[in-house]
Design a protein around this ligand. Structure first.
Ligand SMILES: NC(=O)c1ccc[n+]([C@@H]2O[C@H](COP(=O)([O-])OP(=O)(O)OC[C@H]3O[C@@H](n4cnc5c(N)ncnc54)[C@H](OP(=O)(O)O)[C@@H]3O)[C@@H](O)[C@H]2O)c1
Length: 295
């Protein structure tokens, strides 16, 4: 079975590349061979390589930057996704499209289900909704929504907080945004499983939320990460007790973020055999890799 991975050098893409089954005959494409900003380029690659499954882990992910570059973000996260989904249809392939908690407006305190209506607060979220709608229209795609990715070699919250704690005696971290930090390695394994089902012609839903169990604020995630790092012997100037919880209003950014980013993962529970791990398991793994210099 042929699988084409787009965004192979990103946080999630590189995690998928590392664990892709050899039977997949994976083509791992990065921006140099599949530039989503360039109309037609990704569709041409799909038609040329005729994969059974395309996994699109490529995206414009600069949330604040999207506020001033919405057209380009929409080109990459929306129009290119539509072209990829249509091209998959032409070659009898299926598309696994990554999406985000940022498609929701963050109201209320209940987890968003796959049926919840998107109502993004920012340009990045709007651009991802354009991609989602294109996938739903073509019917050849499965949308996998996730949240708060961490792990691997790129920039992510757990790395940033450990770095900041090594340099400062005190920190201030937002405590009114609630979600589930998702380890890239776990998400990659989940996507491999889902992509296999798709390729085998299994019945899969058009949208699945892939997040670990439980939820926390950024402040709680930061405290947990520092406690784990300290227990592993990391030299930190700031301990968990010295992190002050602050409201989002004290930390203004260009793009508004949803307060309630909780994604309901029960549909995934019904699909896969293994239980979803707690978010703490993934954060512990990422902290371990960072403290031991493995990431
Ligand atoms: N990060 C999160 O917290 C988070 C949360 C929810 C959902 N998601 C979604 O999960 C998916 C993976 O995110 P991630 O964190 O792995 O992102 P990432 O680390 O920023 O990786 C994105 C990849 O997309 C590539 N890319 C950007 N513009 C491109 C273009 N014009 N053509 C081709 N490739 C392009 C980047 O290439 P370069 O390396 O060349 O820049 C990068 O390799 C995305 O769909 C994202 O929206 C992420």
């Amino acid at each position: 079975m042929k699988v084409l991975l787009l965004g192979a050098r990103g946080q999630l893409g590189s995690a998928i590349s590392r664990i892709a089954p050899t039977a997949w005959g994976l083509t791992a494409a990065d921006r140099t061979v599949a530039d989503l900003a360039s109309p037609g380029q990704v569709a041409d690659l799909i038609v040329r390589t005729r994969p059974a499954v395309v996994i699109n882990a490529a995206a414009w992910t600069n949330v604040d930057g999207a506020e001033s570059s919405e057209a380009l973000a929409t080109r990459i996260n929306g129009e290119a996704v539509a072209e990829a989904a249509q091209a998959c249809g032409r070659v009898g392939g299926r598309l696994v499209q990554l999406s985000t908690d940022y498609v929701f407006d963050g109201s209320g305190d209940r987890p968003w289900t796959e049926e919840s209506e998107p109502a993004p607060l920012n340009a990045y979220g709007r651009s991802k909704v354009v991609g989602e709608r294109a996938c739903l229209t073509t019917g050849h795609a499965m949308i996998v929504r996730t949240s708060w990715l961490h792990g691997g070699s790129g920039r992510h919250f757990v790395r940033s907080i450990l770095g900041a704690a090594a340099e400062h005696d005190t920190l201030r971290v937002v405590s009114d945004q609630i979600g589930a930090p998702t380890e890239a390695r776990w998400l990659a394994a989940t996507i491999v499983d889902l992509a296999d089902r798709l390729a085998r012609g299994g019945v899969v839903p058009s949208i699945v939320h892939a997040v670990p169990s439980g939820h926390a604020s950024w402040h709680e995630v930061a405290c947990h990460a520092l406690r784990t790092a300290s227990a592993l012997g990391a030299r930190l100037r700031c301990t968990a007790d010295a992190i002050t919880p602050v409201p989002s209003a004290d930390y203004p950014l260009k793009a508004m973020r949803p307060m309630n980013s909780r994604l309901d993962g029960r549909r995934l529970d019904a699909l896969v055999a293994s239980a979803r791990p707690s978010w703490t398991v993934g954060v512990d793994a990422t902290v371990r890799a960072l403290v031991r210099g493995g990431a």
